[in-house]
Design a protein around this ligand. Structure first.
Ligand code: NDP
Length: 453
């Protein structure tokens, strides 16, 4: 590690103790940016990276609510307003029991670079709560969302900070939060994205992250005159991103053979057809059941429970050509990365945020596989949120085809920006450096223009 990065990391760890995911995200970016900082000492003397690492504002608050048994529950709410140099803070809300300050800071930090890559004017933010929607009634979810918004509303706005969904936050939760915001502010504005279609939402927003990750894989493959046709694909997760990844793979002739949740995974060697995917969507989005039921329903598919003591995930040890990690951070460890490469995987397009540990990323980069890091590959979601904001501002709605075409075009442009930036700094084909550098430059230049604020 260079002296600059080790000094920077010592400072980050001292100032932000017990936040390992945040340290991990910062270190990866800092290592890529050395290439830029060596060429452009002006960014170093203006302490641009040091300033990006420090959130512009951190909001933490109590979220009290009453469950169906009449018992009072207390959760913790967060919003990290990380950087607004190129536009209003933008980024999702995550409701999951693992949520803490460090995880949200890593996500907000990544979001700054990702949003810059989209070419749309959006700053970076992230938020959420340690509330677990799993096993809660609709009434309890509504009570929680309303209480959460009773505090958050005073910090957000269509020109200030525009939250969206993430793990545990889908259309239902956005609806309850939007309802409370509208009541408190007495105004109907595009303050959240991922809204319902008949109250300001955009077509293709639910599909966008998964579709975008597949479009990104398609672009990477095209650099080797290859395509997704007849490729066997491993997909993890079974939520929003995983579902629409499978849908787009089916459109483009790929074959998705796995899905997972926090209890286990299914392997269906025949492929998850559109009919089987419809079953998964009903299971996960309506009945809110477990992925195990897939193997009960479809012969030929097998289910395996997750063994928390295992040193690798058997999902990543299946013969395939492509992988789309779409569940959560650090779900691919070094052994998993080794297994993937050994089993023939040469395309990894990350739907999830930071799903691969740094040692795993190094394996992908060293082996020169087509590795699209999350901040580039999953940027389709926030890009389409940006398109939802534009439609809200203009008070009009674009057709499905129009939004999908814009999404596809943005993913192509993000891919091109990564390819060009990695080549310009002497590491052609390295999408990690490409995404970090291209994302950084736009924000850094805006910060230089705007002075020390
Ligand atoms: P969902 O809540 O819809 O689905 C998450 C899926 O991942 C579920 O199957 C869930 O299983 C599984 N999962 C979550 N946490 C864990 C865990 N700790 N261990 C194992 N499995 C887990 O979320 P999304 O699909 O929206 O998000 C998935 C990933 O994509 C996240 O990393 C998110 O940050 C990223 N992302 C999402 C975007 C979006 O537009 N939604 C945009 C860009 C990135 P279970 O139901 O059992 O919890």
């Amino acid at each position: 590690m260079s002296k600059y990065v080790s000094d920077l990391m010592a400072m980050v760890k001292a100032k932000n103790p017990a936040e390992p995911e945040f340290h991990q995200a910062v270190q990866e970016v800092a290592e890529s940016l050395l290439l830029v900082l060596d060429k452009h000492p002006e960014y170093r003397s203006a302490k641009i990276l040091e300033r990006i690492i420090e959130p512009e504002r951190l909001i933490m608050f109590r979220v009290p609510w009453v469950d169906d048994r009449g018992e009072v529950q207390v959760n913790r709410g967060f919003r990290i307003e990380m950087n607004s140099a190129i536009g209003p803070y933008k980024g999702g809300l995550r409701f999951h029991p693992s949520v803490n300050l460090g995880i949200l800071k890593f996500l907000a930090f990544e979001q700054v670079f990702k949003n810059s890559l989209t070419t749309l004017p959006m700053g970076g933010g992230k938020g959420g709560s340690d509330f677990d929607p799993k096993g809660k009634s609709d009434n309890e979810v509504m009570a929680f969302c309303q209480s959460f918004m009773c505090e958050l509303f005073r910090h957000i706005g269509p020109d200030t900070d525009v939250p969206a969904g993430d793990i545990g936050v889908g259309g239902r939760e956005i609806g309850y939060m939007f309802g409370m915001y509208r009541k408190l502010r007495n105004e109907f504005t595009g303050v959240l994205t991922g809204k319902g279609l008949n109250w300001g939402g955009s077509l293709i927003r639910p599909e966008a992250t998964g579709y975008g990750a597949v479009y990104f894989a398609q672009e990477m493959l095209s650099t080797r005159n290859d395509s997704l046709k007849a490729k066997t694909c491993l997909v993890s997760g079974s939520g929003n991103v995983a579902q629409y990844t499978v849908e787009k793979l089916n459109h483009l002739g790929g074959k998705a053979v796995t899905l997972s949740d926090s209890n286990g995974f299914i392997h269906d060697p025949e492929g998850i057809s559109p009919e089987k995917l419809a079953f998964v969507m009903d299971l996960k989005n309506v009945r809110r059941g477990r992925i195990k039921e897939y193997a009960d329903k479809f012969k030929g598919a097998v289910y395996a429970a997750i063994d928390p003591k295992a040193d690798h995930s058997p999902l990543w040890n299946i013969k395939a050509q492509c992988a789309f990690p779409s569940a959560t951070q650090n779900e691919i460890n070094a052994k998993d990365a080794q297994n993937l490469v050994q089993n023939g995987v040469f395309v990894v397009s990350e739907g999830a945020n930071m799903p691969t540990v740094p040692e795993g990323v190094n394996i992908f980069v060293d082996k020169k596989i087509l590795y699209g890091p999350g901040k580039a590959a999953n940027a389709g979601g926030v890009s389409t949120s940006g398109l939802e904001m534009s439609q809200n501002s203009m008070r009009l709605a674009w057709s499905r085809e129009e939004v999908d075409a814009k999404l596809h075009d943005i993913m192509k442009r993000i891919h091109k920006a990564c390819v060009e930036a990695s080549a310009a700094y002497g590491t052609a084909g390295n999408y990690v450096n490409g995404a970090n550098i291209a994302g950084f430059l736009k924000v850094a230049n805006a910060m230089m223009d705007q002075g020390i604020v």
